[in-house]
Ligand binder design. Sequence first.
Ligand code: 4NP
Length: 157
Amino acid sequence: MRDHQLSILVICLGNICRSPTAEAVLRAKLDAAGLAGQVVVDSAGTGDWHIGHPPDVRSQRHAAQRGYDLSALRARRVAEEDFRQFDLILAMDEDNLADLQRLAPDQGARAELRLFAHVEVPDPYQGGPAAFERVIDLVEAASDVWVENLARRLGTS
Ligand code: 4NP
């Protein structure tokens, strides 16, 4: 994280659908804005069921249709150290946010905890194709807003 000026961790429940999608989309949009070298983007889950797994094949397919490659990502669980290392930890829904507030260490946490989008990004896991499209629609829109916000924080706009 030393070489970067800002670090962002995106969080959902399983780290196989919403947050890996957000990691890839936000990274691509930062890259397009010329900010990739200044911002670290990572993702994790509050749950531990899928640790080490690649993103859900449905998320991979819907993302690939819009030009985002999720295939190299692997799920991990959020750790206490994340609250000390990251500047921003962004949750996909209110349950994720409440879990993060509970998991934050008493000592040394410095991350700002917020929702990723101005609305909750609903869990698509039990849903059909429309649920996965809704995730990527919300994630793309929120990522555009974050790129502007981060550019302001970096003093580049
Ligand atoms: P995500 O979706 O939180 O967007 O990764 C889920 C993936 C798996 C489960 C729940 C949500 N699950 O219960 O296994």
